[in-house]
Design a protein around this ligand. Structure first.
Ligand SMILES: NC(=O)C1=CN([C@@H]2O[C@H](COP(=O)(O)OP(=O)(O)OC[C@H]3O[C@@H](n4cnc5c(N)ncnc54)[C@H](O)[C@@H]3O)[C@@H](O)[C@H]2O)C=CC1
Ligand SMILES: O=C(O)CCC(=O)C(=O)O
Length: 425
């Protein structure tokens, strides 16, 4: 079996994550009846940082990259959010992702605001030492603007625990040893047990809550996952362990399907050994564009934003969509899918397990005390269940769908904190 090399098509409109995020926020603000001045102030980011990062490459030539950190809001606490390394990182997208973090931390009810960062680069084309130099230069440019009680980065697409270790080390040269300045770092440097798996595990807790409410369980369902990195691979593992049948998966190199269920432990081992799904023998290759519209009960996008759009939404077969990726569904797709009766669990809730365990990591660092993994996972399941019921309560009060239930829950909490703090100079 050989995997094909087509990438899923993403329309230009679908790419504009900022317009879509602003639209969802405004809709929630209207439902809540927010004062238009407060609405405007919540929309404008607290601070947008754009820095040039030039590094010597291994061959001695120079390469320049643009790095971003958008700090959206800090009414409820230090700003929090990942750093993404991806060729398509752009200011609008980082802005949208930072705003989503503000609503996400509020939905999870953890004492943070929202931020997001990124560098426009392809990490697959950089050696480990080039990645290290790039991360250190970026940290040198932003070290004065992040901090334990100011803005706390974490991993996102294209970054990992090692990236956080370099940020921690570079930051500590300026400010002294500061493990709590980043989360998602290696355990040996004060990382939390369970953080690496947390987003995928949170996705599965969220899926269980939604399915239970609809009289179903993971073991009754078939699943398709787009993306098999941190989030997708852990989500697939936990789904498989609960008896769910994963019938299609993809990564940047291609997609495979097996209607009898893919052997997930074998695929995880294959990916560990080879770094990719390419040439795995336990299924048939499929066009990656078809993954999103394949026969399955539950579709879990775990890669890029904007992948569900007006070009493919009508063809989606899944009855449930769990947004493990950030902003995978654009507003056109939202409307089409909702008309089809597809239930969508929105990103600001579905993938909040990662930032929730980041919060536990930060708390452990500040307390200088380490929790065991059982406690981390127990607390994570408690936070995920609580948020699900609070979202459902908002859906009932405002007669709205799950996305607006989550947005109204998050926006209302941030608005209340902002009003309580006041504006007087
Ligand atoms: N890592 C975390 O804790 C969190 C991540 N997320 C979101 O989850 C998504 C995935 O993040 P990670 O798993 O951390 O990233 P990652 O870098 O570990 O993995 C990304 C995966 O997506 C695949 N991919 C990239 N482009 C693709 C394409 N065009 N088609 C199919 N697959 C493609 C890659 O091959 C890889 O398997 C992102 O949207 C991220 O913002 C959300 C919350 C927390
Ligand atoms: O763990 C964190 O602080 C942030 C994770 C993140 O970037 C996200 O939830 O999108």
């Amino acid at each position: 079996m050989c995997l094909r090399f087509h990438l899923p098509h993403i329309s230009e409109a679908a790419m504009n994550a900022l317009a879509a995020t602003n639209r969802n926020f405004r809709h929630a603000a209207r439902i809540l009846g927010l004062d238009p001045k407060l609405e405007k102030s919540l929309l404008i980011p607290f601070r947008e940082i754009k820095v040039e990062c030039t590094i010597p490459k291994d061959d001695g030539t120079l390469a320049s990259y643009v790095g971003f950190r958008v700090q959206h809001d800090n009414a409820r606490g230090p700003m929090k959010g990942g750093i993404r390394y991806h060729p398509e990182v752009d200011p609008d997208e980082v802005n949208a992702l930072a705003q989503l973090m503000t609503w996400k931390t509020a939905v999870a009810d953890i004492p943070y605001g929202g931020a997001k960062g990124g560098i426009g680069c392809n990490p697959r084309d950089l050696s480990i030492s080039e990645l290290e130099r790039l991360t250190r230069v970026f940290t040198q440019k932003i070290h004065d603007l992040i901090g334990i009680h100011r803005d706390v980065p974490a991993p996102d697409m294209g970054t990992n625990a090692q990236t956080m270790a370099w940020i921690l080390d570079e930051y500590s040269k300026f400010h002294g040893h500061s493990p709590a300045v980043v989360t998602g770092k290696p355990i040996d440097l004060g990382g939390s047990l369970g953080r690496e798996a947390a987003t995928g595990l949170g996705v599965v807790f969220a899926t269980e809550a939604l399915l239970a409410e609809n009289g179903k369980s993971i073991s009754d369902m078939t699943f398709a996952l787009q993306g098999f990195g941190n989030v997708g691979s852990w989500a697939a593992k936990f789904i498989h362990e609960r008896g769910g049948k994963v019938v299609a998966v993809s990564d940047i190199t291609g997609a495979l399907k097996n209607p009898n269920g893919i052997d997930i432990p074998a695929l995880l081992k294959y990916k560990d050994d080879n770094g990719t799904l390419k040439d795995f023998k336990g299924g048939d290759s499929m066009d990656p564009n078809d993954l999103l519209v394949c026969e399955c009960d539950v579709l879990i996008p775990c890669a890029l934003g904007g992948v569900l759009n007006k070009e493919n939404a009508a063809d989606v077969k899944a009855k449930f969509i769990i947004e493990a990726a950030n902003h995978p569904t654009d507003p056109d797709a939202d409307e089409i899918l909702s008309r089809k009766g597809v239930l969508i669990l929105p990103d600001i809730y579905a993938n909040s397990g990662g930032v929730t365990v980041s919060y536990f990591e930060w708390v452990q660092n500040i307390q200088g005390f380490m929790w065991d993994e059982e406690k981390v996972n127990f607390e994570l399941s408690r936070y995920m269940r609580r948020a699900f019921h609070e979202i459902k309560a908002m859906c009932k009060i405002h007669d709205c769908n799950l996305r607006m239930g989550a947005f109204t829950l998050g926006v209302n909490r941030v608005a209340r904190a902002t009003l309580l703090r006041g504006w007087e100079a």
